[in-house]
Design a protein around this ligand. Structure first.
Ligand code: BV8
Length: 229
């Protein structure tokens, strides 16, 4: 790719769809089984912690049986060989990018394999059910663990690093996201303002497709390897 040095890639649930992980807003998507207000907000957790913990235990269980697909693998190859700056910012909480070999990666909405202790603030790997109210491995307090996942109204992770990368980007690529959730949905405008070229790889035009200078529509397992190669 001529005159491209620094690349920022944003991924959403669509990049993991062909691995068998539900998206959020497609027909029959995840949120349709659970109203967002019921499971992905601090208020929901305060109101009905068992429902929220059951929801996330079930998601963790499901994700652990899934494998990366050709899109994750192509992005990991690009990460390994790209000589300039490259940053994959994923909204996904699954670990399929890592399992495909990606290294330069930020989970802005947290990770399903980590828990956060509200008593001592420790973030620690957690693969068992949180519904059983285990003790925190760091402080020993029982029943204070929640998924280390960013809920609506909570601050996404490492925003400073992300905005700095967007301001240095020559190319911004958005893959498999509906553009429904902020601040991620605003990244394309940040990148354009910094003079970056913008490309959307998605099954169909997203809510933010107007802002992209180029788009290729189709399944991520097809359009992403085609773009990377
Ligand atoms: C924040 C929990 C302050 C984790 C999630 C009014 C206006 C604007 C904004 C707001 C507003 N009111 C409130 C807000 C802010 C709010 C927000 O954006 N609300 C929306 C709903 C209006 N945002 C927040 O609260 C965020 N925090 O703003 O803090 C702040 C602001 C700036 C800077 C610092 C702090 C927190 C947002 C995080 C919320 N947590 N989930 C979990 O359980 O997973 S959001 C949830 O949506 C997931 O994290 C998911 O990643 C994210 C985005 O969804 P997508 O990944 O895009 O998935 P979706 O199903 O929507 O789309 C899939 C796409 O893939 C589709 O386009 C489909 O066509 C495509 N596709 C499907 N299959 C394929 C495919 N493409 C290719 N191949 C395929 N095979």
């Amino acid at each position: 790719m001529k005159d491209i040095q620094n690349i920022v890639i944003l991924t959403g649930a669509g990049v993991s769809a062909e691995s068998g992980i539900d998206t959020f807003r497609d027909g029959g998507g995840l949120w349709e089984q659970h109203r967002v207000e019921d499971v992905a907000t601090p208020e929901a957790f305060a109101r009905d912690p068992d429902l929220v913990l059951r929801f996330y235990d079930a998601r963790r269980e499901a994700i652990q049986t899934k494998l990366p697909n050709a899109a994750h693998e192509a992005l990991a190859r690009l990460d390994a060989k790209w000589p300039g700056e490259l940053l994959i910012v994923t909204q996904n909480v699954d670990d399929l990018h890592e399992r495909a070999g990606a290294k330069r990666l930020i989970h802005m909405h947290g990770e399903h394999l980590n828990a956060w202790c509200a008593a001592c603030n420790a973030r620690l790997p957690w693969t068992g059910p949180l519904l059983d109210r285990p003790a925190c491995a760091a402080c020993g307090v029982v029943g204070t663990l929640r998924p280390d996942i960013v809920w609506f109204g909570e601050m996404p992770y490492r925003m400073d690093e992300i905005y700095a990368a967007l301001n240095r980007a020559d190319l911004f690529v958005s893959i498999g996201t509906s553009g429904a959730v902020y601040p991620a949905a605003g990244f394309v405008r940040e990148a354009r303002a910094a003079g970056a070229r913008t490309l959307e790889l998605n099954m169909e035009p997203s809510q933010g497709s107007y802002w992209f200078s180029e788009a290729r529509h189709g399944p991520a397992s097809v359009v992403v390897p085609q773009w990377v190669e």
